[in-house]
Design a protein around this ligand. Structure first.
Ligand SMILES: [Zn+2]
Length: 307
C-alpha cells in the first residue's frame, strides 16, 4: 500500500455473518477468487485483469473504457449510469496491481492460488485490494438487479501502478481530460481490512513519512574494537532505541484506540536496515528506513523537530 488511506472512522456497515461453507460457494467469493488468481504483480502485463473487468462490465451491459496514458498501464473505467448525469458523479476507485509474493516467503498456499480453507482465502491481493473492487462491483450489480437506479452516475475505476507510486496510473489520470469528463463529486478509495463482520468507512488520511537515517562511523578491520559511539552500528543502535521508545508510547495509544479508530496514534516501523561490506569489516555507514504514519492531530513541524 503506497498511498495508504488509513484513517478515522465515520460509520460501520454491519454485514451478515455467514458460515465458512456458505462463503466458499458464494458467487461473489468465487469472483474474488478468479480475480486473485490473475497475477497482477506491479509491472506485470495487466491485459488479463482488464479482460476480467471487461467480461464483468459486458455481463451487466455497462459502458467500459480503457484509458492508457502510459503504455502498458491501463486504467479501467466502468460506468453505472444514474438518472441524472448532469450532476457530479461518484467514483469508486481501487487498484489492480499487487505487491510481489513468492511461495518461499512463507505462504501456506501458493499466493496466486486463492485457495479457500475454513472460510479463509489465501492470496496476494485478497486484502490489498481486490476484495474491495469485488465489493464495489457486487454492491452495484445487486442494486441494478433489484431495479435500483441511483441519482448520480457511479464510476468504478481500476488503476495500475498504485503499489509503485501511481506515477503511471492515478497521478496522470487526475490531470487527464478523461478524468475531468467524469465530473467526480466524491471518491471512495482504499481503506484497510478487518476481520470483523463490518466495513468501517473513513474520511481522513494519515500523512506518510518514510525517512532514511544514515549513520557514519569509523571503518576498520573487524579485529579492531572501537567504542559504540564511534561506529555506524553503535550510532544506529542509539537511533533505533529512541525511535522504538517513541513507538512504544504510540503503541500504548494504539491499544486503547479501538479497532476502527486509526487516527489517534502515529505508527512507526523500522522496515529496512542497509549496510556492511563483508563479515570482517566494520562498516563506514549503515542506513535505517522508518515508515511513519502520522496521527491525525500531529503537528508536523513539532514532529519534525522531535525527529
Ligand atoms: Zn493498496
Amino acid at each position: 500500500m503506497w498511498f495508504p488511506v488509513i484513517i478515522v472512522s465515520t460509520c460501520i456497515l454491519a454485514l451478515q455473518e455467514v458460515t465458512a461453507a456458505a462463503l466458499a460457494s458464494d458467487p461473489a467469493v468465487l469472483l474474488l477468487q478468479e480475480y486473485v488468481q490473475i497475477n497482477t504483480t506491479s509491472n506485470n502485463n495487466l491485459t488479463p485483469a482488464v479482460a476480467f473487468w471487461k467480461k464483468l462490465a459486458d455481463a451487466e451491459g455497462l459502458p467500459f473504457n480503457v484509458v492508457e496514458l502510459n503504455q502498458g498501464y491501463p486504467i479501467v473505467v466502468i460506468k453505472w449510469a444514474g438518472s441524472n448525469s448532469s450532476i457530479s458523479s461518484i467514483m469508486l476507485n481501487s487498484h489492480m496491481d499487487v505487491v510481489p509474493a513468492k511461495q518461499e516467503d512463507g505462504w501456506k498456499f501458493p499466493p496466486f492460488s486463492a485457495h479457500i480453507e475454513n472460510g479463509v482465502m489465501y492470496g496476494r491481493g485478497t486484502q490489498d485490494m481486490k476484495s474491495v473492487s469485488i465489493q464495489y462491483y457486487e454492491a452495484l450489480r445487486r442494486l441494478k438487479a433489484n431495479g435500483v437506479t441511483l441519482l448520480r452516475d457511479v464510476y468504478m475505476t481500476l488503476m495500475p501502478d498504485e503499489e509503485l507510486g501511481a506515477e503511471k496510473g492515478m497521478i496522470p489520470f487526475l490531470q487527464s481530460e478523461e478524468f475531468a469528463k467524469l465530473n467526480v463529486g466524491v471518491e471512495l478509495d482504499e481503506g484497510t481490512s478487518y476481520d470483523i463482520p463490518s466495513i468501517p468507512l473513513f474520511y481522513q488520511d494519515k500523512v506518510v513519512w518514510q525517512i532514511e537515517v544514515t549513520c557514519h562511523g569509523v571503518a576498520a578491520h573487524g579485529s579492531t574494537f572501537p567504542p559504540n559511539s564511534a561506529t555506524a552500528t553503535g550510532k544506529c543502535a542509539n537511533v533505533i532505541n529512541r525511535f522504538l521508545k517513541f513507538r512504544d508510547e504510540e503503541y500504548a495509544k494504539y491499544t486503547k484506540a479501538g479497532i476502527t479508530d486509526a487516527g489517534p496514534y502515529t505508527s512507526v516501523n523500522l522496515n529496512r536496515i542497509n549496510g556492511g561490506v563483508a563479515n570482517n569489516v566494520i562498516p563506514a555507514s549503515v542506513s535505517l528506513t522508518f515508515d511513519i504514519r502520522l496521527g491525525t492531530s500531529v503537528n508536523e513541524e513539532e514532529f519534525e523537530a522531535r525527529v
